[in-house]
Design a binder for this molecule. Sequence first.
Ligand SMILES: Nc1ncnc2c1ncn2[C@@H]1O[C@H](COP(=O)(O)OP(=O)(O)O)[C@@H](O)[C@H]1O
Ligand SMILES: [Mg+2]
Length: 290
Amino acid sequence: MIEIKNIKKSFGEKVVLKEVSAVMEPGKCNLIIGSSGSGKTVLMKCIVGLMQPTEGEVIYNGKNYITMSLEEKKAIRKEIGMLFQGSALFDSQTVEQNVIFPLDMFSTDKYAVKRKRVKEVLDRVHLAEDAYKKFPSEISGGMQKRVALARAIVLNPKYLFCDEPNSGLDPQTSIVIDKLIKEITEEYETTTIMNTHDMNSVMEIGDHIVYMHQGTKEWEGTNKEIIYSDNQKLNEFIFASQFLQDAKHMRMIQETGEIPKNVHDDVRDALEEKFNTDMDGDGIVGSPAE
Ligand SMILES: Nc1ncnc2c1ncn2[C@@H]1O[C@H](COP(=O)(O)OP(=O)(O)O)[C@@H](O)[C@H]1O
Ligand SMILES: [Mg+2]
């Protein structure tokens, strides 16, 4: 478990994070969401230790990471896997060499043992063996993400960080990568923290969601709770289009049997027709015939 308490981060006069607190749970996909510039990457960097927060605590299993000894910090770092935005693979190294890199850094195992582990994780992310000797530029964006994910989990991390893992991917490939992250999180019981502004990810894998708005934690909850939230900023961010707002309302009606206020006329009409009732009390069921 990772707990962050009152994290503040400023760059000179510029305040980027304002007293952010949250708990990131093991075996769960903890999502940090918010529009571009809201502070997701800075927050993630503060949690992993790539940036020093101006104030506040980052607690790994009950101990403050910021103030612990260098030895203790190193031990935590070994348990962190990270998938950087844009994959960040080494261009001049093959797939296999990219994935073996953390093992070369941290493990004293024999080469044969390391290669076996590399194959295990590449199998886990469903990467075929004919890609092992290829260079990143020779494989698709989706495959690059798989390689980056394999590299992030090769040391069997307790904590998995993914910064915008879907950036640059088409929606279908994004969902495949999301599901892979979710499966791995559950299998290895990692505390996974993922930054995203992809709404498909939020709905698909968001066990626990922290919504950031201009450096402040504006809302926190599950992907189910998002549907019912009346937080205006969150709703404007998540359900940005009329289409998504209608989808939200439909879902609420299906689950609660009640029509929320401000529902779009077309949605109300469609629902009246579906349930064959006059919900708006105008004496007409559905939209009047033209
Ligand atoms: N090293 C830095 N120096 C100054 N400002 C920074 C630095 N890194 C990030 N910022 C600022 O912090 C804010 C949040 O950035 P970031 O965390 O990257 O947003 P997000 O990941 O949500 O898009 C932005 O306004 C950005 O310009
Ligand atoms: Mg970012």
